[in-house]
Design a protein around this ligand. Structure first.
Ligand code: HEC
Length: 109
């Protein structure tokens, strides 16, 4: 195989590996959210509890920071502080990936 072809195979391999790991992260986040978050934030990230915020389409950085803040006490809420406490960094990253991957369409009134 020529050098250039080898390089292309390598680059495509990397791209495929990266995209499948993002999909895995989103799928893992969705599975976790279905059991731990959907009751209040809705199965599609549109809140089913009137006092809970929508998370669909929210930026991953924002979701991650809020969950870290609830976990470390920087932000306090009776419910969310309890829920965030046992979350690992990996679970937080997966949950943030899931909610930020949900695509929203907006309709201006
Ligand atoms: C029992 C209901 C309930 C469950 C279950 C729940 N939440 Fe929440 N969540 C809330 C409420 C209520 C708030 C608003 C809290 C506040 O005012 O700080 C909130 C806030 C948040 C916020 C901050 C949003 C913002 O706009 O600042 C994030 C992020 C979040 N929840 C993620 C999660 C994740 C991830 C899970 C599952 C692991 C989860 N929540 C489970 C009720 C819930």
């Amino acid at each position: 195989m020529k050098d250039v072809e080898m390089k292309n195979v390598f680059v495509w391999g990397l791209v495929l590996a990266m995209s499948s790991s993002v999909a895995d992260e989103v799928a893992a986040g969705r599975a976790k959210a279905d059991v731990a978050c959907a009751l209040c934030h809705g199965p599609q990230g549109i809140a089913s509890l009137p006092s809970a915020p929508n998370l669909a389409g929210q930026s991953a950085i924002y979701v991650r920071e809020q969950l870290q803040n609830y976990r470390n006490g920087k932000r306090h809420n009776e419910v969310m502080s309890l829920i965030a406490k046992p979350l690992t960094d990996l679970e937080i990253a997966q949950l943030a990936a899931w909610y930020s991957a949900i695509k929203l369409t907006v309709e201006i009134p």
